[in-house]
Design a protein around this ligand. Structure first.
Ligand SMILES: [Fe+2]
Length: 201
């Protein structure tokens, strides 16, 4: 599968299409679909007054579960163990580092919180607790130090808390299309605001 030719004009509609076609898929044993989970995460970010970039990060943090859509991996690749790194890689041509780093670190942030915040473990869903062991368990002291040295570690922790909160069965949220202008703003700001004023060739 060849990667689709995405650019600043097409990336947001492309993401919308993934949410539309694949959003109803199950989210790893949670009582919400993939789309509900990511839309709830974005809503919790918004509710806390997060800026555009962090709302975008919350909304897109699990996009790495859909790597086959980007042609980055085999269409038959159902192994999502590294969906954090894969998601960051997919978004990197269009989104700023704060977004891609929050996506890349959202699994690490869970391991960090489990090691550093005694109250966090109680917030984990059954499925999240199960995957924790597959993801390496709570961080060691050395891993904590490395994680805290990441430039966007504090932002990644915030996104992780919204991620964990976004597993509420039946919760009403905005739709993906409501976030399209916000995502387009983040992309355009990052790529130099060239798109909207550009003339067609
Ligand atoms: Fe998630």
């Amino acid at each position: 599968m060849n990667p689709p030719a995405l650019d600043a004009r097409t990336i947001v509609p492309f993401l919308a299409d993934i949410f539309e076609r694949r959003g109803a898929e199950e989210y790893l044993g949670e009582p919400v679909t993939m789309a509900e989970h990511m839309l709830q995460s974005a809503w919790f970010a918004e509710r806390e007054g997060a800026g555009d970039a962090l709302v975008a990060a919350a909304l897109l943090h699990d996009i790495g579960h859909f790597t086959s859509e980007f042609g980055a991996y085999s269409p038959n690749d159902v192994d999502d163990k590294h969906h954090d790194a894969a998601g960051a890689e997919i978004l990197a041509p269009f989104f700023p580092s704060v977004v891609t780093e929050c996506v890349r670190l959202h699994v690490a942030a869970k391991r960090y919180l489990c090691a550093s915040d005694p109250s966090y473990d109680a917030k984990l869903s059954m499925a999240s607790r199960h995957t924790l062991s597959l993801q390496g368990g709570p961080m060691s002291e050395t891993e904590i130090a490395t994680f805290r040295a990441s430039p966007f570690y504090a932002e990644a922790v915030r996104v992780r808390l919204w991620d964990e909160a976004g597993k509420v069965a039946g919760m009403q949220t905005r739709r993906f299309s409501d976030y399209a202008p916000l995502l387009q703003r983040v992309v355009e700001r990052h790529l130099g605001s060239l798109v909207s004023g550009e003339k067609a060739p």
